[in-house]
Design a protein around this ligand. Structure first.
Ligand code: ADP
Ligand code: MG
Length: 314
């Protein structure tokens, strides 16, 4: 009997929605797609983003400081931890229910609160780029800068938003536990929101004011678990060259070498498709036989069978 294919799935924003009710609905569809893969005989590990959720938690915690002067401001690392637990809860619940509905009763589901070490010297700390939270007016932005030391940036005419650093993941602290759980057949949700960013200070891990890109954290997780596939699920079925232009062409199969050329030529938007392609290339290049896929949630089963999506290989 051949070994089960191990897949790390990275869920994007559209797999989780933007509000509490949206997420509740979205995870049911997401659970179906994931359990489809389990029924295909794959071993699945789930990672996910947290853009809207970490913004929401951050805003709620700011509101708390307005209501109660005794409450200090909540560090961003704690907001990421809260978002991990909240999303993990919904996913865990939906996956359990979907498996039971299909008569799968022997796969326990669990969320691992995951810390991910970053380098304090990462240049990303000097140039925060990742917008989180809601849009505010210029005057509100000024108050937040003064009161909380936030960096507020104008975002394409829509108002001001907080921007945070997005350093690269260096080490998954809980990888040993995650591996043990995966090896024993559990369905594990890990590295949510890219992981809680921490910096090592001797034996202490100090929360960092940052949000790690989930595409890079998922890639590290897939490498550490020696996965066969990294599947990045997003809002498009395939990756395009000349995206949105008349000469747009959709890619189904790309070698690492070709993908690096396309990156150089600037085909992938920074902050959206670029980190996905970079993560896909990094994973595919890390060892022969490793394949990365970028596709739509609903297409993951077809993609794994080679019918759609964009596949990256050595
Ligand atoms: P996620 O929440 O899954 O991380 P993002 O919005 O960050 O999703 O990234 C996916 C988006 O990237 C697509 O919806 C698409 O609009 C955009 N995009 C930018 N460049 C490309 C490209 N070359 N090919 C396909 N999509 C692209
Ligand atoms: Mg994204």
């Amino acid at each position: 009997m051949s070994k089960k294919k191990r897949i790390v799935i990275a869920l994007g924003g559209n797999a989780l929605g933007n509000t509490l009710p949206e997420q509740m609905k979205a995870v049911k569809i997401t659970a179906k797609a994931i359990v489809d893969l389990i029924e295909e005989g794959c071993e699945v590990v789930v990672a996910h983003g947290n853009g809207p959720q970490v913004g929401m938690v951050n805003n709620a915690m700011i509101a708390l400081t307005h209501e109660d002067a005794q409450q200090p401001n909540t560090p961003l690392s704690v907001c990421v931890a809260m978002s991990q637990a909240y999303i993990g809860y919904d996913l865990q619940n939906a996956l359990r229910e979907e498996m039971l509905n299909r008569g799968i009763e022997n796969i326990p589901v669990a969320t691992m609160i995951t810390q991910v070490r970053v380098d304090p010297e990462d240049p990303a700390f000097a140039s925060p780029s990742k917008p989180i939270g809601k849009f505010v007016s210029e005057s509100q932005a000024k108050i937040m800068e003064e009161k909380f030391n936030y960096i507020m940036k104008e975002d394409s005419g829509r108002g001001y938003r907080r921007v945070v650093a997005s350093p690269k993941p260096v080490e998954i602290i809980e990888i040993g536990t995650i591996r043990t759980m995966v090896e024993s057949g559990d369905l594990v949700i890990a590295c949510g929101g890219g992981g809680i960013p921490v910096i090592r200070q001797g034996n202490h891990l100090k929360g960092a004011s940052a949000v790690i890109d989930k595409d890079f954290a998922s890639c590290l997780l897939a490498k550490e678990l020696d996965a066969d596939f990294l599947i990045i699920l997003t809002a498009v079925e395939q990756v395009a060259l000349n995206f949105g232009k008349p000469e747009e062409t959709w890619l189904s199969d790309v070698s690492v070498k070709e993908a690096k050329e396309y990156i150089k030529e600037g085909h992938f938007a920074p902050g959206s498709m670029l980190p996905k392609v970079q993560a896909a290339v990094d994973f595919a290049a890390s060892k022969p036989g490793r394949t990365a896929l970028i596709t739509l949630l609903e297409k993951s089963r077809d993609a794994i069978q080679g019918k759609t999506g964009t596949m990256f290989h050595l």
